[in-house]
Design a protein around this ligand. Structure first.
Ligand SMILES: *Cc1c(COP(=O)(O)O)cnc(C)c1O
Length: 360
């Protein structure tokens, strides 16, 4: 069997060119006689891999010099605790709860201080982004937290909230490197790489330098202190070497594609193909308020659970895989990350049209 069109929300599709390169280097990475999985993280050759990866990432995202880029383990989930442990100096933080991941981060933060839910879209199953232009930001909040793209519900902040001068912390797991962003508007942005960048098991965090200090909450594990990792160049302990190597290749691929403004155009074009169809379909409809639609995760339903199931099965048989919606919302979801080619979205829409004719 050949490659399928993989619409998984994560771990997700990777560029074929990258997979082929990795396969070619598996037995002998650049004359070392071994794969990257087998070499010391302290070796000169791995040092070059991690340095190049960081440099390319910085170039792609135009990371300012006063920000550190860290490669961290423990997934996005560990950051739900690491963020309050490192940043909650006043033990107060404000959370905007737009989905399950933001809610988990908010619940976790409560363990370390006062976490205030200052806005939420829970009333309508997180199908929209609340108005964040005049929020009741706490006077002594250490930061305001958002999940910028809500992977499960398919919403995205099109404008960042007005934090009234407070530091903004953002989980960008599912929109990382999908478009250019102004890093200076964030105090800290982080994302699990298994959505739009690489294999599972790593987070990349971009942190303003003044936030990286020894002044963390008592009891913070050494490995969770940003300063530990920053001082050690993300090599305090053994990092996820293979993931760093793979991400590095994806950064090279993104640069060769033309960088993030080109990716944004491509992603807008791909998403429009799917959303335009959903808006005209007699069988399928999108579940998100139009102005808040994500370019990366597109949830849709037929309104009939049995029909949804039938569609997912029929799609799977035709090589369109992982279209089942998250277990908490049902229906369908097509994740169309950077590595999903436009042909994949066009083929999916053609299949949906055919299914609609046969079933509407
Ligand atoms: C997938 C996801 C997470 C959870 O990531 P883990 O690496 O499994 O901890 C958190 N936030 C967002 C936005 C996600 O998409």
């Amino acid at each position: 069997m050949g490659r399928v069109y993989n619409f998984s929300a994560g771990p997700a599709v990777l560029p074929e060119e990258v997979l082929k390169e990795i396969a070619a280097e598996m037995m002998d990475y650049k004359g070392t006689g071994m794969s990257v999985m087998e070499m010391s993280h302290r070796s000169k050759i791995f040092d070059e891999i991690i340095q190049t990866a960081e440099q390319d990432f910085r170039e792609l995202l135009k990371v300012p010099d006063n920000y550190k880029v860290l490669f961290l383990q423990g997934g996005a989930h560990l950051q739900f605790s690491a963020i309050p442990m490192n940043l909650m100096k006043n033990r107060v933080a404000d959370y905007i709860v737009t989905g399950q991941w933001a809610k988990r981060a908010y619940e976790e933060a409560k363990k370390y201080g006062t976490a205030n839910k200052i806005a939420s879209s829970e009333d309508k199953t997180y199908s929209y982004i609340p108005d964040c232009s005049d929020l009741p930001v706490s006077e002594n909040a250490d930061y305001v937290y958002i999940c910028e793209n809500n992977t499960i519900y398919g919403t995205k902040f099109k404008t960042l909230p007005d934090t009234k001068g407070k530091d903004l912390v953002a989980d960008v797991s599912s929109c990382f490197l999908s478009e250019p962003v102004d890093v200076s508007r964030y105090a800290l942005m982080y994302g699990g790489v298994q959505k739009n960048i690489g294999p599972a098991g790593m987070v990349i965090a971009v942190i303003r330098e003044d936030l990286i200090t020894d002044d963390v909450l008592p009891g913070t594990p050494t490995i969770m202190k940003y300063k530990t990792l920053a001082d050690a160049g993300s090599l305090y302990n053994t990092p996820n070497c293979f993931c760093i190597y793979t991400c590095g290749k994806v950064f090279k691929w993104l640069k060769a594609m033309g960088g993030l403004s080109v990716m944004k155009e491509r992603n807008e074009e791909k998403a429009a193909i799917l959303y335009d169809f959903l808006d005209s379909s007699r069988l399928f409809k999108g579940t998100v308020r139009k102005e808040d639609r994500s370019l990366m995760n597109v949830p849709f339903v037929t309104g009939d659970d049995d029909m949804d199931k039938k569609f997912v099965q029929a799609a799977q048989a035709e090589g369109f895989v992982s279209l089942k919606g998250h277990r908490s919302v049902g229906g369908m979801r097509a994740s169309i990350y950077n590595a999903m080619p436009k042909e994949g979205v066009e083929a999916l829409v053609a299949f949906m049209k055919k299914f609609e004719e046969e079933n509407a």
